[in-house]
Design a protein around this ligand. Structure first.
Ligand SMILES: *Cc1c(COP(=O)(O)O)cnc(C)c1O
Length: 339
């Protein structure tokens, strides 16, 4: 039976649910894996994850559709990306087909926690893995845990569709040949100071530049960015140090194939921002969050769409993508994964 929760009041936080999925890696292989009620992880005090941050993660959501099916959005891409993240930090990848099976198992076990259709909430799914055995000299662990927890969540930004303000920080996110393109905890650890500082100064997020030339726009700490030009072209930064958002890839497809707009991935220089009409952040957590203003040191760029409402194209992109996710609009083949 559906849990007795005020779904509409949920924010983006962690609420413990009944079940989680766990598989351990030992003696060179992943064990079969199981659903458990045990929410405690017991590992060595010298575990590689605790000493050297050997951990990567994913994030996706389960939704209830119009016809009351429970579905996930393109989880095969999360499975694939987690393999890439794991390999970059010398972890044994969790097989893609097992990832999908684990997602299915853990959502089914927690089916009563999947928010109802039209509640505005969804079930956030967080797969992650980490090195568990003790290491002191710098080297990868030999033993790992892959785990999936889930939590019902509301919108990422409390203001909902209200535009947010970004600032260009005096910090870098990703080195040119570093780990910016993979979803690893270390990228987030080093963003924590910058985000706390941004909040203290009254900004919602940091908009990072490429760290080599500091002239090109990259992304925020946890979301990609899109812009709309004055002739309604949707553009997004092309860079090898950005985490390739599945939401962003899907939005670019929607712009082109559903809305008939030109959609381009290219380098975007900071000086170009003043010429754009709209901007929005995109990622699983926020889906699409309109950006009203970007502050680059003394220079304030306010998009014509303003600080009150999302721009017209942003709104269309948002309603089309969420319509596809909720089964109201026909999805491209392979986008919807039924639980
Ligand atoms: C997870 C993440 C995103 C968003 O990716 P989605 O696949 O759309 O959820 C964007 N940037 C960073 C740095 C991320 O970690």
């Amino acid at each position: 039976m559906e849990k007795n929760i005020d779904w509409g009041a949920l924010g983006f936080g962690y609420s413990k649910t009944d079940y989680r999925y766990v598989s351990n890696y030992k003696n060179g292989k992943w064990c079969s894996g199981e659903i458990t009620t045990d929410d405690k992880v017991v590992i060595s005090e010298c575990a590689c994850v605790l000493q050297y941050a050997q951990t990567c993660f994913e994030g996706l959501k389960a939704y209830r559709t119009k016809d009351n099916k429970v579905v996930c959005f393109r989880p095969d891409l999360n499975a694939k990306r987690m393999v890439e993240s794991a390999l970059r930090i010398e972890m044994p990848p969790f097989p893609e087909e097992r990832f999908l099976d684990a997602v299915k198992q853990v959502v089914r076990a927690n089916i009563d926690w999947v928010p109802p259709y039209r509640s505005g909430a969804s079930l956030y799914i967080r797969p992650y893995m980490f090195g568990t055995n003790p290491v002191m000299g710098v080297k990868p662990a030999d033993e790992y845990q892959f785990r999936i927890i889930v939590s019902p969540v509301g919108p990422y930004f409390k203001g909902g569709i209200k535009p947010i303000t970004l600032r260009v920080p005096d910090f870098d996110r990703a080195a040119p040949l570093g780990t910016g393109h993979v979803k690893v905890g270390l990228n987030y650890a080093m963003s924590l100071h910058a985000i706390v500082d941004a909040h203290n100064q009254g900004y919602n997020e940091n908009l990072y530049l490429d760290s080599k030339t500091r002239t090109k726009v990259e992304e925020t700490g946890g979301a990609n960015i899109i812009f709309v030009t004055k002739d309604n072209e949707v553009i997004t930064p092309k860079s090898s140090t950005i985490l390739s958002s599945i939401t962003r890839r899907s939005l670019m497809y929607v712009a082109e194939h559903y809305l008939g707009l030109k959609a381009t991935e290219r380098e975007i220089h900071i000086e170009e921002l003043k010429d754009f009409k709209e901007s929005a952040l995109c990622g699983t957590a926020a889906v699409l969050s309109p950006v009203g203003k970007i502050v680059d040191h003394g220079n304030e760029i306010i998009f014509p769409s303003g600080m009150e409402n999302a721009g017209e194209i942003t709104q269309k992109l948002y309603s089309t993508l969420t319509g596809i996710q909720k089964g109201e609009i026909e999805a491209p083949a392979g986008w919807i994964f039924e639980i």
